[in-house]
Structure formats: structure tokens, C-alpha cells
Design a protein around this ligand. Structure first.
Ligand code: NAD
Length: 242
């Protein structure tokens, strides 16, 4: 066992409440590139032009040019890291996950208490009449998905750059963060606010950070850094804990 894994195990064994914050890096090994990488979505679609509510309202068909590619991620499969995190919850070590991802891979792996901070592709809404549609009904349509009531193009229930985080996600996050003394931060560059402020909230209440990342962003100090791939580190951490 590496020194850093044994330090993490020591901290986790003493913890009264451990939670996790995850980002795009936990899903790269499931075949979903992070959006900022060389081949990522934002290399082909400027997010300010394609991932804002303003852009969608102005020209929904144009934004669907990007969404048609994005929606393919619903076929991705959870990796060993997602499964290890789900097991951590089942064994009572992990109280819940706040994910910035919209791919639902934590739930596919069996995690129960997951806050989808930036929404998900599981449902779609008509911005005109507010009718809601499940993903299955969207996948059945050959054409771009339209509302059966008013024929407007539907928007996935993901949070675009100029949108507020849903109030339900904020309150669920506050509940999870409350009393947490350990935060596992995995596969996120912690650049997107307000999710990026969660580590400092946990630290402000005396909590510790365990970071899993191929290119760690916290480094030393108050964080225990487990440098490496999520799909390899998480199962190692779980095995060492059990
Ligand atoms: P990011 O792209 O800014 O950062 C990804 C981080 O993961 C980096 O620090 C990188 O070093 C690390 N990483 C990459 N591969 C890894 C691996 N195999 N193991 C461990 N670490 C790895 O991602 P972010 O911080 O989540 O912010 C991007 C935003 O875009 C999020 O808000 C999210 O909503 C969205 N997004 C979602 C998905 C998804 O649903 N899978 C994918 C891309 C982007």
C-alpha cells in the first residue's frame, strides 16, 4: 500500500461523515472525453455560442448541432472507479456524491445518494409550455426532439453556462456538506463555480480533502493527494479500507 493510500485510509477510518465531489475526469475512462481536452466538445463548439440558455432561445436548432453529439454519452458504461465509489456508499463509508457530470454513470454503478449539480440528460423540457419528457421518449425520435404540445425544440435538463444551479441541487449539496469531515475530490479541475467552492466549504468546517486526479490541483498542504487514474485508485482505496 502506498503512503498516500494508507494516509487516506487513516483519515477515512476516523471520519464521521465522508462525501465526494466528482467531475469529468471520473468518466474519461468510460470513453467520455472531458470537454476542455484537445478532442473535447469545446474544441469544436464554443461553449458561449452553443451552451448558453441565450443561445438556445435564439437558435435551438443550432445548439442541437452540439447536443446531438453530447447525447451519445448516454450509452457510456460506468468504470471500476464508479463501482468502487458505489460500494463505498453501500458499506456505509460514503454518505453521498455531488457530481458535476451529466452522464449518470454513478447511478449506473449503483450509487444511490447522488446530487447532479449540473443536471442530467435523463429528462428534457419544453421552454414554451414547460412539458417534461423522459430520455427514452427522446431517443425514440428520429428527428430533433420536439414538444408534442407546441412543437418547440426541447432542451435537456442540464445547466447551461448562463443558468442558475437548480435550487434542489443547492439544498441537497448543503445537506451533504453539513457536518462532512472528509471530502473525496475526484476528476475535477475545480474551475467551475459554484461547485469549485465545495472543497473550501468542507475545509472551513475543519474537514480534510482526499484528491484523486491524474494532474492534481490541490497538492500537499491540507489535501492527501492520490495521483493517478480514477478507475485504478478508487478500487485500491476501497480494498485498503475493507
Ligand atoms: P475538467 O475537464 O475541468 O477537469 C477534469 C479533471 O479530471 C482534470 O483535473 C484532469 O486532470 C482530471 N482527469 C482526467 N482524466 C482523469 C482520470 N482518468 N482519473 C483521474 N482524474 C482525471 O472537468 P470538471 O472539473 O468536471 O469541469 C467540467 C464541466 O463540464 C463540469 O461542470 C461538467 O458538468 C461538464 N462535463 C461533464 C462531463 C460528463 O458528464 N462526463 C464530461 C465533460 C464535461
Amino acid at each position: 500500500m502506498s503512503d498516500s493510500i494508507s494516509s487516506a485510509v487513516g483519515v477515512l477510518k476516523k471520519s464521521k461523515k465522508t462525501i465526494a465531489l466528482t467531475g469529468a475526469g471520473v468518466s474519461t475512462e468510460s470513453g467520455i472525453p472531458d470537454f476542455r481536452s484537445r478532442d473535447g466538445l469545446w474544441s469544436r463548439f464554443d461553449p458561449m455560442e452553443y451552451a448558453t440558455l441565450g443561445a438556445f432561445k435564439k437558435d435551438p436548432a443550432k445548439v442541437w448541432g452540439m447536443l446531438t453529439e453530447l447525447i451519445a454519452i448516454v450509452d457510456a458504461k460506468a468504470n471500476a472507479g464508479h463501482f468502487a465509489m458505489a460500494e463505498m456508499e453501500k458499506t456505509g463509508i460514503l454518505a453521498g456524491i455531488i457530481t458535476q457530470n451529466i452522464d449518470s454513470l454513478h447511478q449506473k454503478a449503483g450509487s444511490m445518494n447522488v446530487v447532479e449539480f449540473h443536471g442530467s440528460l435523463n429528462s428534457f423540457t419544453c421552454l414554451h409550455c414547460e412539458s417534461s419528457y423522459p430520455l427514452d421518449s427522446i431517443l425514440k425520435q428520429d428527428m430533433l426532439p420536439t414538444c408534442s404540445q407546441c412543437q418547440a425544440l426541447l432542451k435537456p435538463d442540464i445547466v447551461f453556462f448562463d443558468e442558475q444551479i437548480p435550487s434542489s441541487a443547492i439544498s441537497q449539496t448543503q445537506d451533504l456538506v453539513h457536518g462532512a469531515d472528509v471530502l473525496i475530490v475526484a476528476g475535477t479541475s475545480c474551475q467551475v463555480v459554484p461547485a469549485a467552492t465545495i472543497p473550501s466549504s468542507v475545509r472551513a468546517q475543519g474537514g480534510k480533502i482526499i484528491e484523486i486526479n491524474t494532474e492534481p490541483v490541490f497538492g500537499g498542504g491540507p489535501a492527501i493527494v492520490l495521483e493517478g487514474k480514477f478507475s485504478e485508485i478508487m478500487p485500491q482505496l476501497l480494498e485498503a479500507l475493507l
